[in-house]
Design a protein around this ligand. Structure first.
Ligand SMILES: C[S@@+](CC[C@H](N)C(=O)[O-])C[C@H]1O[C@@H](n2cnc3c(N)ncnc32)[C@H](O)[C@@H]1O
Length: 228
């Protein structure tokens, strides 16, 4: 058991082996115990030792959204130590198993120290998680330029805000109708203006709402372009 009730509540909302649950419990505990990084998420964050992770309740929501939409191809912008990635990989692996098909999480991290820690955490979680993750190291504006799956079902934006729209524009052409974009901290972070105007423009085919999680969690669905 963890000292943080929100962690146990989140773990109760997901399907995972005791091994994965323990890794998640440990990582969330470390993340919630870290001194908040006040510099924001920058191009070079200066926070190489920090998780800057998605809150447990947001991880639970993301996992459940992925399960409900049966998402199998996911892109994560901003992986850090790989905590949120574990939720994505669990859901994708479970969805793929139900369909008797494959699935993949494309994780992205430009700090090699962080990428190495993420790999350790996924190894500790085991094959249930590790087998579904492809980590692309380097600047995601380059690493996501090619070799995306034909279909992307879900994009998690947990990244320096000026990178949110460039990421979406790389991934959008692969989104099928019903695909989702979730972006963290949209009410708190100034820099999301471009992303919000893009999502709001009917020409781009999205509908969105902001769920009242800490800092605001944007949930957008690609509904496709209106047929006149
Ligand atoms: C908020 S953290 C991600 C936290 C993670 N989603 C979680 O919940 O555990 C954002 C990460 O994006 C990385 N990042 C920043 N700029 C990047 C870029 N251009 N390409 C890839 N990763 C980048 C940072 O190094 C940082 O680790």
């Amino acid at each position: 058991m963890s000292d943080f009730p929100e962690i146990e509540k989140t773990l109760a909302s997901i399907e995972a082996s005791p091994q994965v649950l323990q890794v998640l419990r440990d990582l969330h505990t470390q993340a919630l115990s870290e001194i908040p990084f006040l510099g924001g998420i920058g191009p070079t964050t200066g926070a190489l030792d920090k998780f800057v992770a998605l809150d447990p309740d947001k991880c639970a929501l993301v996992y459940l959204l992925l399960r409900s939409t049966q998402a199998r191809f996911v892109v994560e912008a901003g992986t850090s130590f790989g905590l949120s990635t574990i939720y994505l990989a669990l859901a994708v692996g479970q969805n793929a198993a139900l369909k008797g098909s494959d699935g993949r999480v494309i994780a992205t991290e430009n700090e090699s120290v962080k990428a190495a820690r993420a790999r350790q955490h996924w190894k500790a979680a085991g094959d249930e998680v590790e087998k579904c993750i492809e980590l692309r190291e380097g600047d995601l504006r380059e690493t996501l330029k090619s070799d995306l799956p034909d279909q992307v079902d879900f994009l998690l934006l947990d990244i320096w805000t000026p990178l949110a729209l460039p990421t979406l524009t790389l991934v959008h052409p692969r989104m099928k109708i019903g695909a989702m974009v979730v972006a963290d901290n949209v009410s708190a972070a100034e820099g999301y203006k471009d992303l919000l105007s893009y999502l709001d423009d009917p020409a781009n085919g999205f509908k969105m709402t902001t769920a009242p999680y800490s800092g605001g969690l944007l949930i957008a669905v690609y509904v496709g372009k209106k047929v006149a």
